[in-house]
Design a protein around this ligand. Structure first.
Ligand code: XBP
Ligand code: MG
Length: 249
């Protein structure tokens, strides 16, 4: 699709920055199942049920989540360190299962996501991904849902280990803004989790939150807009959020 060059008097908004897990698609159940499949393959009697996983989601990053869980177990220190050395391999197995589940079409995009991406591209906005997950997981998601690689849809892709500090640190959003060459006051972030909102806000971005069941009861205090999904949320309404912010600024 041809991208329109921006004309004077266009939108205030210059860029949209999207989180991935929970925002583009409700993926955390698939991540949970992939973790449990990896535990079985590695002969571990670990089993993360939905309630346990909801707690563990407070830790962004699958490798960090595994480490936090390991630290919570009552183990001989020698056994704990032996398992810690295996975490990278366990996480690679988990990623393999996750991508196989996606390839099997087990997770659609959330409502309104595809249309907003298409409208924003047609309006000449810049688009970026700012995620804690691995780049190959983002590729699997976009390939399975939109049939395109990330670089055909987004001008910048910032994932997992590309930054020193994962969410709630602002690193991923700051790097995405730098790659887009866009000022945070002219960009909008889309998130699903408290960690994500904190990360975007710390980067100076206005944030639209579309929680999933994993964060349904969370407090999104300083988000600029909270909606059940992006369905029906058009660029003109997003521009109005912006105009309100500008009026205040
Ligand atoms: C959500 C995360 C990720 C996923 C698991 O990322 O925190 O860690 O839960 O994916 P997002 P990995 O910022 O897109 O919401 O195991 O690849 O980390
Ligand atoms: Mg998320």
């Amino acid at each position: 699709m041809r991208r329109r060059t921006r004309q004077k008097g266009d939108l205030l908004l210059e860029a949209l920055l999207f989180d991935v897990d929970g925002t583009l698609a409700d993926t955390e159940e698939l991540h949970r199942q992939a973790f449990n499949a990896a535990f079985v393959e590695h002969g571990l009697e670990w089993d993360w049920g939905p309630a346990k996983y909801a707690q563990l989601l407070a830790v962004a990053g699958g490798k960090e989540r595994l480490a936090r869980y390991l630290d919570s177990l009552v183990l001989e220190e020698e056994e704990r360190e032996r398992l810690r050395a295996r975490l990278p391999e366990i996480h690679r197995t988990k990623t393999r299962f996750y991508q196989a589940f996606f390839a099997a079409g087990r997770c659609p995009l959330r409502p309104g996501v595809a249309r907003l991406i298409a409208d924003a591209r047609a309006a000449g906005l810049k688009l970026a991904i700012a995620s804690t997950t691995t780049a190959s997981n983002v590729e699997a998601l976009l390939d399975a849902t939109l049939g395109e690689p990330p670089h055909r849809l987004f001008h910048a892709l910032v994932c997992g280990d590309q930054v020193a500090q994962k969410k709630p640190a602002p690193d991923a959003y700051r790097l995405a803004l730098e790659l887009l060459q866009v000022h945070p006051a002219r960009a909008l972030a889309f998130e699903d989790s408290p960690n994500g909102v904190r990360a975007a806000k710390a980067a100076g971005l206005a944030v639209v939150v579309t929680p999933t069941r994993w964060n349904a009861d969370a407090d999104f205090g300083d988000a600029d807009l909270v909606r059940p999904s992006l369905e029906g949320l058009g660029l003109s309404e997003l521009e109005r959020i912006f105009a309100r912010r500008d009026a205040v600024a």
